[in-house]
Design a protein around this ligand. Structure first.
Ligand SMILES: CC(C)(COP(=O)(O)OP(=O)(O)OC[C@H]1O[C@@H](n2cnc3c(N)ncnc32)[C@H](O)[C@@H]1OP(=O)(O)O)[C@@H](O)C(=O)NCCC(=O)NCCS
Length: 291
């Protein structure tokens, strides 16, 4: 398992992560926003104990966030039991040096997609940040979670009784709608492997399926609810254009990711201002810029 999350990768923990984990986790600014079970100070022995547990668990639901080839944080979900077994609680933290680069937003998005894809019974992912944790609330909102309410006086941290917020994201498609048309465009491409590299490595899409043995000519890549079928056909030269609507904050984070990966994009006018990303075959993604 290896998920793209902007400039980071989400992947299973390894025993060799102990030094990096202890170094990144050992900060009161992290522990003060988490449950008391998260050690503070965070010693090498704590890291080793956690890794022994995380690498042995089945199914694996706790993962490392890797930045520049080194573990920089953690993210995971805890499957609930009994009548709550349709749900899982998401938790995450990131080393302070990496804050503010959109890493956790991308990681929560990717991990949420992965959790729903890996556990068909899951209907609901939720997180319960302390009501003092505006950054985490923002991450959840950008990752498609909705604040359902305030759990008043629900936690005690560092001697203070605090409210917490209940955030949840339901399985895509399970939100009630009057009528839902499910659409997926087909992009014709000259070389499906090249297109996969562009969408997955370049734009942060996840490969959803790839016909036959994973080497066929048709596959689907997803980024949240944006789903594109890539179809290799040397005879087809018609190009597609897709509008993708992002919030202003998401678009800004996405443009930062494009810049970090040197992916060309331009602004243009299509009745209003848009950011245009063109794939190697000339298919275009239009991202409207909110006025
Ligand atoms: C919360 C945390 C995971 C965020 O990680 P990150 O990679 O810096 O998050 P991102 O860069 O993806 O997004 C952070 C967002 O919060 C915003 N933000 C940061 N500090 C904020 C604050 N004090 N008030 C309001 N918003 C804030 C940022 O501006 C950004 O939003 P934007 O893109 O709209 O500008 C990280 O700070 C952390 O590990 N904190 C300690 C552990 C923790 O709180 N875990 C979650 C427990 S529920």
């Amino acid at each position: 398992m290896r998920l793209h999350a902007g400039v980071a990768i989400v992947r299973p923990w390894r025993d060799t992560d102990a030094d990096a984990l202890a170094a990144e986790a050992n900060d009161r600014r992290i522990a003060s926003n988490l449950r008391d079970a998260f050690p503070c100070p965070y010693e090498l022995e704590d890291a080793k104990g956690f890794l022994a547990m995380a690498t042995a668990m089945s199914p694996q639901t706790y993962f490392a966030i890797e930045v520049d080839g080194r573990a920089a944080g953690g993210i995971g979900y805890t499957l609930q039991g009994d009548v709550s077994r349709v749900g899982a609680e998401v938790g995450y933290w990131l080393g302070v040096a990496h804050w503010g680069r959109g890493i956790m937003t991308a990681a929560v998005r990717s991990l949420s997609d992965h959790a729903f894809a890996s556990h068909p019974e899951l209907r609901r992912l939720f997180a319960v940040p302390f009501a003092t944790n505006a950054a985490s609330a923002r991450v959840l909102e950008k990752a498609g979670y909705t604040r359902e309410g305030t759990l008043r006086d629900s936690v005690i941290k560092g001697g203070s009784v605090l409210d917490s917020w209940m955030y949840a994201r339901l399985r895509p498609g399970s939100e009630p709608r009057a009528q839902r048309w499910y659409t997926r465009p087909v992009f014709f491409v000259g070389d499906v492997q090249r297109a996969i590299r562009f969408y997955v490595d370049g734009l942060g899409f996840v490969k959803k399926w790839h016909e036959a043995d994973g080497s066929g000519t048709v596959c689907q890549v997803d980024h949240g609810e944006c789903e594109i079928i890539l179809c290799q056909d040397a005879e087809r030269h018609d190009r597609s254009r897709l509008f993708v609507e992002l919030t202003r904050g998401d678009l800004a984070a996405f443009r930062r990711e494009l810049a970090e990966r040197s992916i060309p994009n331009r602004t243009a006018r299509w009745g209003y201002d848009v950011v245009v990303v063109t794939d190697p075959d000339g298919n275009e993604l239009f991202f409207p810029i909110e006025g």
